[in-house]
Design a protein around this ligand. Structure first.
Ligand code: PLP
Length: 717
């Protein structure tokens, strides 16, 4: 079926016994297999860290002498061979969940479109949660043996690196990704020429070539407009994520939606189900209708066929946050397109019209909702909010009849679970626990884990986090890049025995990074208690155009630098998937303070929970359904105030008093030195038991498969 070739560079100089290392480097399967992944780091641990865990770059730069030594080291070779066995089995197995329990998915293809994919820190083409979710979706599709193909952009300038100035201001640094040093594969035709597609933007053709990243069994195809056919501005179109310029934005979305369909056709794919992850890719439905109309269908018939085969996931609970374009922009970019659908201008605009206080817009979620058979929000609460928000599209229906359901997000356990935790589970939950991790009964086995063993791993993970912070800050200090106080702000005074809280996420205003500073004196009393000290690690980026977000970072950073905090507040720069893993694995408490109900789901807390950190969060998004009274703590009681100030007061009060009266005393109760608190461990176990399966990507993806993909694939043609 494939009408293309993958041009995998053969630029490694590998000893014969290790010749397949290059193949492993070009398939991101290793990302969610932490134990097998060690075959890269073992070659050169320092290079592994300085390349941000990038096997392609590592294999290109590592000393040949080190490779030769590894090839002669029986222990290394054994590990290498075991990893290959695991890899081959994963790639070739014919007894996956799809083969056995969901056959249509092992036959027909599902196309999955997303604006960003967060696969690993060495492929920095994601901004945050949406991307990480898309990346996890592909990894788990590979685990479940689904025929799924991903469509997105390769942003050749990636997302920015964050640096914080001494005054707490976020500086952004862009750099060009070096595709030669990344697991990125050029897609070429039978003549060896790059495969290209084009779309019309206003009155010009804009071209994009196709790259690919292989994620286990799953191919991800990525568009790139940096080709010589394009003018200079168009060559930059796919350079960065989330432009604030509406023209750039509509152009990107035309490329993703319309260009993405053309790309799949060109490559020879004929997906039966089409999944839009968020509204960015909703133009896809227009292109599929255009194809059908060109083949002789009426507009109505085409619309019905497209609707029957489309799936839409919305992620945005705030009306203003939804992707929409002013109508004049639609005029400018679609005047040549609507005739191809047999529509006039008004009919076209009506497909996605939304009335806003500032005028009419062309709304991407409206387009997606109109032409999807299955639409969902990403948590139960978000489902409710979405049904209310979009009720106007179905004026004859009551709110609870609005056809938007919910599938609560999950995280891909292999990607985020610490290797040592996985070993602990291997030992106590049975050898094949990972295959069945979405089975709640399996997790009863957590009770069998001796408290001391679990505590030992938790302590180890906290020490790892501290050493990681130290190494980073030392490197910056050595490089003369920071002021002394920034070394303290970066974690030089972290200590391994204190209760450690993590707060890491995008600094969007609704996440209220400032909430914990509402009463500074009270916070200082909590953290500086000599007998029961508390340290808090902050991390996160603000969108470069989000001035209020950057001001919150500054507020946090100024507090962090203040000598009165005793070095117990820390800000770790440049939050990415690597920092995220250290944090979710290493902290005791994961704090989240969104303004309810703005957190559609949130996923970082799930990553913390599966590693045995306890969540302490507003009852919003996933935590509103995850919290059971025993597996962590709630901030507030789910009450929503219309006055933001009152809400902040109430939530801050709840935050402080729960910390003072419950969390801190429990953590330190019965402890001498660093002995364990059995009450604490009880909660840790409860959290692991309840969250590991419920908020797993496996559970999530099976729900998408059974509820949204399968009915489409089983439809008679
Ligand atoms: C998981 C993750 C996120 C999403 O976290 P939220 O809980 O949605 O705030 C963002 N960025 C990175 C790097 C992540 O790993």
């Amino acid at each position: 079926m494939e009408k293309f070739r993958r041009e995998i560079p053969n630029h490694f100089d590998l000893p014969t016994p290790l010749s397949r290392l290059g193949e492993l480097a070009y398939n991101l399967w290793w990302v969610w297999n932490a134990d097998d992944q060690r075959i890269f780091g073992m070659l050169d641990p320092i290079l592994w860290e300085t390349t941000n865990h990038n096997p392609v770059e590592l294999l290109r730069k590592v000393d040949r002498a080190r490779l030769d030594r590894a090839a002669q080291n029986p222990r290394y070779v054994e590990r290498y061979q075991r990893a290959l066995q695991h890899f081959d089995r994963h790639m070739q197995r014919t007894d996956t969940w799809s083969d056995v329990d969901c056959e249509p998915l092992s036959k027909d293809w599902v196309a999955y479109f997303s604006f960003e994919f967060g696969l690993h820190e060495s492929v920095p083409v994601y901004a945050g949660g949406l991307g990480v979710l898309s990346g996890d979706h592909l990894k788990e599709a590979s685990e479940l043996g689904m025929n799924l193909v991903g469509v997105g952009f390769i942003y050749n300038q990636g997302y920015f690196d964050q640096h914080i100035t001494e005054d707490g201001w976020q500086e952004t640094r862009n750099h060009f990704l070096d595709f030669h040093n990344m697991p990125i594969i050029s897609i070429v035709d039978e003549n060896g020429q790059p495969v290209k597609i084009s779309v019309t933007l206003q009155d010009r053709e804009v071209w994009a070539r196709v790259w690919s990243i292989q994620i286990g069994r799953i191919p991800l195809f990525l568009l790139d407009t940096n080709v010589e056919e394009n003018n200079l501005a168009d060559r930059q179109l796919s350079a960065r994520l989330y432009s604030n310029d509406p023209e750039a934005r509509v152009s990107q979305e035309i490329l993703l939606g319309i260009g993405g369909v053309r790309m799949l056709r060109k490559l020879g794919y004929d997906p039966k189900a089409w999944h839009m992850n968020e509204g960015h890719s909703a133009f896809m439905v227009l292109e599929r209708m255009r194809e059908l109309i060109e083949a002789g269908k009426s507009f109505e018939e085409a619309g019905e066929i497209v609707r029957k085969s489309s799936v839409f996931t919305t992620h945005t609970p705030v009306p203003a946050g939804n992707d929409q374009f002013p109508v004049w922009l639609v005029d400018k970019y679609f005047y040549q397109y609507w005739p191809k659908l047999g529509l006039d201008r008004d009919q076209f605009v009506n497909l996605a019209k939304q009335a806003q206080p500032w005028g009419e817009t062309f709304s991407m979620p409206v387009l997606a909702l109109r032409f999807s058979r299955y639409s969902n929000g990403v948590s139960k609460l978000h489902g409710e909010v979405s049904r209310e928000m979009w009720n106007f599209l179905w004026p004859e229906k009551k709110v609870d009849e609005v056809p938007i359901t919910s599938i609560t997000n999950g995280v891909q356990n292999g990607t985020f679970l610490a290797r040592r935790m996985r070993e602990l589970f291997n030992k106590h939950l049975g050898a094949d626990w990972y295959e069945h991790l979405d089975d709640p009964a399996l997790w009863d086995g957590v009770d069998q884990i001796p408290d001391e063993e679990l505590w030992e791993v938790r302590r180890h993970l906290k020490r790892k986090l501290m050493m990681f912070a130290n190494r980073r800050i030392r490197r910056q200090w050595l490089a003369g890049q920071i002021h002394p106080v920034q070394a303290i702000a970066g974690g030089a005074l972290l200590e391994p025995y204190s209760l450690t809280i993590g707060f890491a996420r995008r600094f969007a205003t609704y996440k209220r990074g400032y909430l914990i500073f509402r009463d500074m004196e009270r916070l200082l009393r909590i953290i500086n208690n000599a007998e029961r000290p508390v340290q808090i690690v902050f991390a996160g980026k603000a969108h470069p155009a989000d001035e209020p977000g950057k001001l919150i970072i500054q507020q946090v950073y100024r507090a962090v630098k203040d000598a009165k905090t005793g070095g117990r507040l820390i800000f770790m720069e440049n939050y990415d998937m690597n920092v995220a893993r250290y944090l979710v694995q290493g902290v005791d408490i994961w704090l989240n303070t969104p303004r309810r109900p703005n957190e559609a789901s949130g996923t970082s807390g799930m990553k913390a929970a599966i590693n045995g950190a306890l969540n302490f969060s507003i009852l919003d998004g996933w935590w509103a359904e995850g919290y059971n009274g025993m597996n962590g703590w709630a901030i507030g009681d789910g009450k929503t105030y219309t006055d933001h100030n009152l809400q902040d007061d109430a939530d801050a009060e709840s935050l402080y008093s729960t910390l003072e009266n419950e969390i801190v005393p429990m953590y330190y109760s019965g402890r001498v030195g660093d002995n364990l608190s059995s009450e604490w461990i009880k909660r840790v176990k409860s959290s692991i038991k309840t969250c590991s399966w419920q908020f797993s990507m496996k559970r999530m993806l099976k729900e998408y498969a059974n509820w949204s993909y399968r009915p489409i694939l089983e439809e008679e043609d």
